[in-house]
Design a protein around this ligand. Structure first.
Ligand code: ATP
Ligand code: MG
Length: 258
């Protein structure tokens, strides 16, 4: 039940197309990632970066080749297990209507302290605090549950955020970067070993972006990270760079070697 426990990834000769009559958009892609490695994926628009993450989640079937994680072919894993044990954070993640708590822990398997710790570790609270200060908007920082608010564990005095903080439809009351931070918090709670992150676009402010990248290095030291990167700074900090070009691997190596 602890698969994957290491996070070793082997992609072998993977080809993928969006429909039988369409051409391959990934062509014989092969690479191997060691446990805990941080890999940045770069390439022009249309190179196949996002398609690669769809393959890992089996949203698109692989037409040939294989993906193994810790020696297990992902085709052998049930879809529900596969999708709950890998984390894929899209560029523009969607949240559920509800609360921070229901988004962080949909199956209600963790106590408040665990959820709260995760929010702190990904710097989500700082991000909300900064926003509240910047906008100087009292409406943003209403405390909705006084019982939770009175608990030392589950309240952040500075930002007024509680675990019962409302998440509106699709998470529309949070920025793109904040939604990514929440997804990172959820994956900390689930202790997932393999995380795909499609880095938020340039529209995300540098500070939130730095928080996301800092969190990955500090809090996910034991996880394998594959980050589709759009910023040079991101790329430099990673162990390996995978360069995709027109669906093929152009280069794969450490940033110093490329
Ligand atoms: P970007 O940097 O713009 O996000 P990307 O590297 O993520 O680009 P992909 O989204 O993986 O690129 O797309 C790879 C190729 O697959 C492109 O040629 C694209 O046109 C094609 N493609 C993507 N989505 C679909 C789809 N739903 N149906 C058919 N073709 C698609
Ligand atoms: Mg993409």
């Amino acid at each position: 039940p602890s698969w994957p426990s290491q996070g070793a990834i082997q992609v072998k000769d993977v080809s993928i197309r969006y429909a039988p009559e369409l051409p391959d958009v990934l062509k014989n892609v092969s690479f191997a990632i060691r446990p805990h490695e941080k890999v940045a994926v770069v390439g022009r628009t249309g190179a196949g970066k996002s398609t690669l993450s769809l393959a890992f989640f089996r949203i698109l079937p692989i037409s040939s080749g294989s993906i193994h994680i810790d020696g297990v072919d992902i085709n052998q894993i049930g879809l529900f297990d596969l999708r709950s044990r890998l984390t894929i954070i899209p560029q523009d993640p969607v949240l559920f209507t509800g609360t921070l708590r229901s988004n962080l822990d949909p199956l209600e398997q963790n106590d408040d302290q665990t959820l709260w710790e995760a929010l702190k570790r990904v710097h989500f609270l700082e991000s909300m605090q900064q926003q509240a200060t910047a906008e100087n908007d009292e409406k943003l920082i209403t405390i909705e549950d006084s019982t939770v608010a009175s608990s030392v564990v589950a309240t952040d005095v500075g930002s007024g955020i509680t675990l019962d903080y409302t998440v509106t439809e699709n998470g529309g009351n949070f920025s793109q970067g904040q939604r990514q931070l929440l997804c990172l918090a959820r994956s900390l709670i689930q202790r997932n070993k393999v995380i795909f992150l499609d880095e938020a676009t340039a529209s995300v402010d540098n500070e939130t972006d730095a928080k996301i990248q800092g969190t990955i290095r500090k809090e996910f030291a034991d996880s394998t990270i594959i980050c589709i990167a759009h910023r040079l700074r991101t790329v430099i900090d990673y162990d390996k760079i995978l360069v995709l070009d027109k669906g093929q691997v152009l280069e794969f190596g450490s940033p110093l070697d490329l």
